[in-house]
Design a protein around this ligand. Structure first.
Ligand SMILES: C[S@@+](CC[C@H](N)C(=O)[O-])C[C@H]1O[C@@H](n2cnc3c(N)ncnc32)[C@H](O)[C@@H]1O
Length: 259
């Protein structure tokens, strides 16, 4: 895997170093949802997309498949999920089977940068909490657009910076947030129509996730004490990101339509 891809993979999972990559499946074993809000996505799809038997949804960087599986369960549509982490894909496949939607969920290991070139003609592409893995915001939008039909939809779970803050004031340092206005300009420049925006008001229990991650990190510290600092920094990095989400940045789900 290219160094840049590895670095972005680590960053997409709030890790400051690629040395953490082999430990991430262990650290995140108690979580299923890894960032985005499937309930808001389902609301947007139900309200705006003409769902038919042949509807196909692409879930890029699908993590452990929480979004794909919940969409398949509630909308009875085919979902194609790709992620770079083999353990996450194995988990997603097993979970789809357990919930009896394996006939609708098609999971495979793959680099989203290659998937966007190989896959096209979807009714909708989902890009949930995947940050800069496809490049900067403009490059990301252009790559996502290529995967859907004309008039097809993009669902993006992101967070933006309020107008009165700069990235220097954000605790989590590995990502440059845009303002809402900057995103709107990019949608316009790429010919995307903003159909609906759902601010994320859900009371998500970050605390439970953070406690679970800290407990796993402490188990790893007991096994490999020489890596204590790396695991402690991961716990802190998670706390910083959640603190930003609670107090500084604004999480949002956008439904956009290609012209
Ligand atoms: C924060 S998680 C979000 C997962 C999922 N979309 C969700 O919201 O639950 C980011 C995901 O991006 C995946 N990822 C990072 N780089 C990738 C790449 N180049 N290709 C595919 N997946 C990638 C990671 O493995 C991780 O599962």
């Amino acid at each position: 895997m290219k160094q840049e891809t590895e670095e972005k993979l680590a960053c997409s999972l709030t890790a400051e170093t690629t040395d953490l990559l082999p430990f991430l499946p262990y650290l995140l074993q108690d979580l299923w949802e890894l960032g985005s809000n499937p309930r808001d996505m389902i609301k947007l799809i139900k309200k705006h997309l003409p769902i038919a038997e042949e509807t196909k949804i692409l879930d890029l960087a699908c993590g452990k498949g929480a979004v794909s599986i919940k969409i398949a369960e509630s909308l009875n549509v085919n979902v194609y999920g790709f992620d770079l982490m083999e353990d996450f894909i194995a988990y997603a496949k097993q979970k789809a089977k357990q919930l009896q939607v394996d006939c609708l969920c098609h999971f495979a290991c793959g680099d989203a940068n290659e998937v966007v070139n190989a896959e096209s003609n979807y009714d909708c592409v989902i890009f949930g909490a995947a940050g800069n893995i496809l490049g900067g915001p403009l490059e990301t939008l252009n790559k996502l657009i290529k995967t859907v039909k004309p008039k097809g939809y993009l669902i993006i779970d992101e967070a933006y910076l309020p107008d009165d803050l700069t990235n220097e004031e954000i605790k989590y340092k590995n990502y440059d947030y845009l303002t809402h206005q900057q995103w709107l300009c990019l949608f316009k420049d790429t010919g995307l129509q903003l159909v609906e925006e759902l601010p994320n008001f859900e009371e998500y229990d970050f605390d439970a996730d953070n406690k679970a991650i800290a407990a796993r990190a402490n188990e790893l510290i007991a096994k490999c004490p020489e890596k204590r600092e790396m695991f402690e920094r991961y716990i802190q990095s998670q706390l910083n990101e959640c603190d930003d989400l609670d107090n500084r940045i604004i999480a949002v789900t956008w439904l956009l339509q290609r012209r």
